[in-house]
Design a protein around this ligand. Structure first.
Ligand code: HT9
Ligand code: FE2
Length: 340
């Protein structure tokens, strides 16, 4: 297939204190997140001067991808668009049209399936294409939770994080989602939690670690709605009760050190562990690793050069969609929004 651009599609985050409220309103519009939770999350952002690390990390990643594309001899301009904050995807697609782009590959900054991690990015593409006249074709790249360019940097990061400990418990975390969303994920349900468990298994296998936990973080939504559990901070209590001395947290659910990582892990989970005198170390995310940028180029070359997909699991390859048309009609559809 011939393409004339690559577009990095991400979540977006505020870049100053005045951005925080409007950003949070974009994220949570129509999603039933209680106002108390929004006030709390606003404080997390304001604690860092209202600046989320995510946009800067994505700009760095784009630089890494440009270098990796050049090294591979693939001549493609790289664009940047977000779901919730500037540069907004609609504006970026407008810019692409002005530059004459007719068909672009889209790299989403989430490795997984599920509503929030996959289908919602398809919705973004649908919305952005509907907002402009004569939109380019947008082909979303596949899920990469089991790609060596994602798994191996995590394994090395765990090694580095654990270097100071003789003995440690390895704990993987990913963003929690409502149980009901997980239940409808993928062709046979629970796609997201199964892929997270598989990525954790692959990282642990690479390290030769046989005992580890997979837990969740950053829950929002009303308390009466069940989300994936246990929460990382509660899990620190449980590990302390079992006599665990040192903890290494690997945020396998995330590509970069954005706010949920630096707040929920580096601040809340760390403080809880330190209150017990437990050793705490958090493994780096793969975003800044050269192998991750190289992986993006490989995913591109699956389309432009027909290179063989590399993957460490036997899970089926999902998530590649054209113009935001979902993998299947009801694939990863959030249950509350299904017509009755
Ligand atoms: C699965 C998943 C990922 C991983 C996949 C991916 O990366 O896409 C992810 C990533 C992220 N989530 C982020 C931020 C937020 N997520 C929220 C709310 C929610 N997330 C959810 C799920 C996920 N979220 C869900 C089910 C909700 C409830 C509302 C809804 O149904 O949509 C809220 C609202 C306030 C709150 O309640 O926390 C915020 C501010 C940021 C940016 C951080 C930064 O600024 O650095 C990133 C990368
Ligand atoms: Fe989120």
């Amino acid at each position: 297939m011939s393409v004339d651009a690559l577009l990095l599609l991400s979540f977006g985050g505020p870049e100053g204190p005045d951005d925080v409220r409007p950003f949070l309103e974009n994220v949570t519009r129509g999603r039933g997140v209680p106002p108390e939770r929004l006030d709390e999350v606003a404080q997390h952002y304001l604690h860092f001067g209202g600046v989320s690390p995510i946009n800067g990390l994505n700009r760095d990643l784009i630089e890494g991808i440009r270098a990796a594309l050049a090294a591979a001899g693939v001549d493609l301009p790289v664009y940047f668009g977000n779901r919730n904050w500037h540069p907004m995807l609609e504006d970026t697609v407008g810019e692409m049209i002005a530059d004459g782009v007719r068909r672009a590959l889209v790299f989403p900054t989430s490795a997984y399936g599920g509503y929030s991690a996959c289908r919602q990015y398809d919705e973004d593409i649908l919305r952005a294409r509907a907002a402009v006249a004569d939109p380019p074709e947008l082909v979303k790249l596949r899920q990469y939770f089991d790609h060596p360019g994602f798994v191996l940097p995590f394994a090395d990061a765990v090694r580095t994080a654990a270097a100071g400990f003789d003995d440690f418990r390895l704990v993987f975390t990913a963003h929690s989602i409502p149980n009901a969303f997980d239940a409808t994920g993928g062709p046979s349900g629970h796609l997201y939690s199964q892929q997270v468990a598989e990525a954790a298994r692959l990282v642990a296998a690479e390290l030769g670690v046989t005992e580890y936990d997979v837990v969740w973080q950053s829950r929002s939504g009303p308390p009466q709605v069940p989300w994936l559990e246990p929460d990382i901070v509660d899990h620190v209590d449980a590990l302390h009760a079992k006599g665990v001395a040192n903890l290494v947290v690997c945020p396998v659910g995330f590509v970069s050190d954005h706010l949920e990582v630096v707040w929920d892990l580096d601040t809340e989970a760390r403080e809880r562990a330190e209150s017990y005198g437990m050793g705490f170390a958090r493994a780096a995310t793969p975003g800044p690793d050269q192998r991750f940028a190289d992986m993006v180029v490989e995913l591109v070359r699956e389309h432009v050069d027909g290179v063989e997909p590399r993957k460490l699991s036997t899970f089926s390859t999902l998530g590649c969609t054209v113009n935001g048309e979902f993998c299947a009609v009801a694939c990863c559809e959030p249950p509350a929004r299904r017509p009755r």
